[in-house]
Write a protein that binds this ligand. Structure first.
Ligand code: ATP
Length: 492
């Protein structure tokens, strides 16, 4: 078994070297330990009580002169349990785990920080949200984990583990004597030993620790920052609450859309939008090309979507000519982009035809991440007075401000309605207040003429009163793709 864990859990190499040296026979056969099966054969029982633990390096060779002394070699690392006069009671970390006395002046203390920063699984300077985002983004996968400094408890740490599409965070407590623990009574002299224990006994935390999180190196300078002189503004395309959007040219060659920030006091919101654009990448999401944030006004430069926003396009002469096949294609593309956001645990919160941009060949991309938030525990709730687009918003989000991926699914149902009515406003003639009242009484928008019963039944699924009864975007995408394929090649 030791060979198996050495081979598969190489991130703990130093530790295996200490506790499972080569040549020590293992009691377990190779295939006994399978993280997926979860068979547990803990070989690393923690000390129930760890009195005083510190890591020391050995400066000189020392040969034991009696049974209660411990032989150590220069360069060994040992764990000091207590001091007694000029001696320390120490436990060897390499070779056999022997305990004995060593002269104190033969040792030098190793600081935790010194060893920690060299560990592949330790990432400093990130909080819970960044850790979540990092673990959920490729190349990280199920079982990726990291240890970071705790945001709320200075001097302590947190363990963040990706479990399929979720990230779980565990507080690592620090005993005043210096040891670490997740559960009371299970203390470890080092974070490395704590990880080694939970790697094997992962069932305790119900999250396998399979590989350390991979952190992409931050670029030296922001790869998107460009000088303003590289851009020319041609014509105004539209205006949102952050500012104006212009069609322009980058270095006289690339046509682009340039969002120009209106007021300096909105810089924070603007920066949030930029961060969202930087971190989320998918063909169905609007692509960030450059930023000019040195000086005023700030520019966000994105790919140009020549046909503008979907709502206006559907209402235009060209939009009115679209066939149901085109409408289905638009619906599939948006569902595809939303499936990506669902995988990334990001709630858009303002999904509507006005926030979908249309390019050549009817390519559709989701835009406007001004309201998008990374999910905390799958549900984002706000009490702030943001303007809510009531007719697109799920009742639990409009009334209780409880946003989730399922409230985005509701909005997607409204977007389907907009698409299949060629851009009609939903609940036409009703005020926001009346809309909420009607919905809570069970009223739902009627089936648009150009919408098949199958598509309408998907809309009704999206508008189920209980969020958990609504389909996922993955389901919606798959169902819409099947309908799309069937209408295109019915007998293939
Ligand atoms: P807000 O950002 O305030 O929520 P919004 O989505 O309407 O509102 P913007 O994102 O600022 O505002 O966009 C305003 C309009 O500019 C859009 O409706 C669209 O018509 C046009 N536009 C925005 N980005 C692009 C783009 N990349 N390509 C083409 N047109 C765009």
């Amino acid at each position: 078994m030791d060979q198996f864990i050495r081979k598969h859990l190489t991130f703990l190499n130093t530790f295996w070297g200490k506790c499972l040296p080569n040549g020590v026979p293992s009691n377990h056969s190779l295939d006994l330990w399978d993280p997926a099966q979860g068979s547990l054969h803990p070989t690393l029982d923690p000390d129930p009580v760890e009195p005083m633990v510190s890591l020391f390096g050995v400066l000189y060779d020392f040969t034991a002169r009696s049974a209660d002394e411990l032989s150590v070699n220069r360069g060994d690392k040992i764990c000091v349990l207590r001091e007694e006069g000029g001696y320390v009671l120490a436990r060897r970390l390499s070779g056999e785990a022997l305990v004995g006395y060593v002269p104190a002046n033969y040792l030098s203390k190793i600081s935790q920080d010194e060893t920690l920063t060299q560990q592949p699984w330790y990432i400093s300077g990130i909080g819970r949200n960044k850790a979540t985002l990092l673990l959920l983004s490729p190349p990280n996968r199920h079982g990726s984990f990291l240890i970071r400094d705790s945001e709320s408890n200075k001097g302590e740490y947190s363990l963040s583990v990706r479990n399929h599409a979720k990230v779980r965070h565990f507080r690592i407590y620090k005993h005043p004597a210096g040891s670490f623990y997740l559960e009371k009574g299970h203390t470890f002299p080092s974070l490395e030993q704590l990880l080694a224990y939970y790697t094997i006994n992962w069932k305790v935390i119900q999250s396998p620790l399979l590989q350390p999180c991979i952190q992409k190196r931050a670029p030296e300078t922001d790869q998107w920052e460009r000088p303003r002189s590289e851009f020319q503004l041609w014509r105004k395309l539209g205006e949102g609450c952050f500012g104006e959007v212009w069609e322009g040219m980058w270095k006289n060659t690339v046509p682009v859309a340039i969002k120009i920030m209106k007021q300096a006091d909105m810089r924070d919101d603007f920066v949030k939008e930029i961060q969202n654009l930087k971190s989320l990448k998918h063909t169905r999401l609007i692509k960030l090309l450059a930023i000019c944030s040195v000086g005023e006004p700030v520019y966000i430069v994105t790919e140009l979507m020549r046909k503008g926003n979907l709502h206006s396009y559907l209402n235009s002469a060209a939009g009115q000519e679209l066939t149901t096949h085109h409408l289905l294609s638009i619906s599939c593309q948006v569902a595809d982009g939303m499936t990506y956001l669902e995988e990334q645990h990001v709630v858009h919160r303002d999904l509507a035809a006005r926030n979908i941009l249309v390019g050549d060949d009817l390519a559709c991309k989701i835009a406007d991440f001004g309201l998008a938030r990374l999910l905390k525990d799958d549900i984002y709730s706000t009490t702030s007075n943001v303007m809510i687009p009531v007719k697109w918003t799920a009742p639990e989000a409009a009334i209780y401000q409880t946003y989730s991926l399922k409230s985005d699914v509701w909005s997607y149902g409204i977007l389907l309605y907009e698409v299949f009515t060629y851009g009609q406003c939903p609940y036409e003639g009703m005020t926001n207040q009346e809309t909420i009242q009607q919905i809570s009484r069970g009223y739902r928008l009627p089936r648009p003429n150009s919408c098949s019963p199958e598509i309408y039944s998907l809309m009704l699924e999206c508008w189920k009163g209980h969020p958990e009864d609504r389909p996922s975007f993955l389901n919606l995408r798959d169902m819409l793709f099947s309908i799309y394929k069937w209408t295109h090649h019915p007998f293939s």
